[in-house]
Design a protein around this ligand. Structure first.
Ligand code: RTP
Ligand code: MG
Length: 140
């Protein structure tokens, strides 16, 4: 039995775009062997972001998170491959960039900037259900 190809949504968040790390992040995705299927530069509005982050509504970091995600352009990427959803989460590293493992995107390239929200360079869908929902939002 073969492993089916799946798709995930990767976002290079405004901090990653502003720091000119989009190429480095794409390089890591391609070097891992995943396929770039579609890519676009997006200025996300409140409507898109509140749908994207619906699960976090009411949490203390929710408002700063939406503000941060509106602070500049985002690169949205549709990425395909076998087990790419968990594979990209592994490439990204854990949420807090200060302690994310070296070798990961967040661990190698991210840090705490003393701001109200973790600016951690990338987003990756966390399940097949999230991936389908988020890809429909960002690639409508
Ligand atoms: P993402 O959804 O962006 O891929 O990140 P994640 O699964 O690792 O983290 P999640 O828990 O879904 O949180 C979404 C984003 O909110 C920001 N955050 N800041 N305490 C904080 O300052 C804090 N907690 C979460 C991060 O940007 C995180 O990626
Ligand atoms: Mg998440």
């Amino acid at each position: 039995m073969s492993t089916p190809v799946e798709e995930t949504l990767v976002l290079v968040k405004p901090d990653g775009v502003a720091r000119n790390l989009t190429g480095e992040i794409l390089r890591r995705i391609e070097a891992k062997g995943y396929q770039l299927v579609d890519i676009r530069l997006v200025e996300a509005d409140l409507d898109l972001l509140s749908q994207h982050y619906a699960e976090h509504q009411g949490k203390p970091f929710y408002e700063p998170l939406l503000e941060f995600m509106q602070s500049g352009p985002i690169v949205a990427i549709r990425v395909a491959g076998q087990r790419v959803i968990e594979g990209f989460r592994s490439l990204a590293g854990t949420t807090d960039p200060t302690t994310a493992a070296p070798g990961t995107i967040r661990g190698d390239l991210g840090r705490d900037w003393g701001l109200k929200v973790q600016q951690n360079l990338v987003h990756g869908s966390d399940s097949p259900e999230s991936a389908a929902r988020e890809l429909a939002l960002w690639f409508a």
